[in-house]
Design a protein around this ligand. Structure first.
Ligand SMILES: [Zn+2]
Length: 77
């Protein structure tokens, strides 16, 4: 692949710089709060204590964007 890896990924309706992502949830969010709007979505934790919640597709896209950004699919980290 000759394309340069993207340094942003799309979460929900936002383009998020990969270097702002601290971690990405493996399992969907569940807290049981009736007013929670993030149930069943995947948490993407950002620097500065913010979190975004995205669909499974958003989450998978973010993970693979990060893996490519860090130097290729074969890199474990
Ligand atoms: Zn919740």
């Amino acid at each position: 692949m000759n394309e340069r890896p993207a340094i942003t990924c799309r979460i929900d309706d936002k383009h998020v710089p990969l270097y702002n992502i601290l971690w990405i949830a493996e399992t969907p969010h569940f807290c049981g709060d009736e007013e929670c709007t993030a149930e069943g979505l995947y948490e993407i934790r950002l620097a500065l204590g913010e979190s975004l919640y995205g669909s499974r597709r958003d989450r998978d896209g973010a993970v693979s964007a990060l893996q490519q950004w860090r130097g290729g699919d074969e890199t474990e980290w």
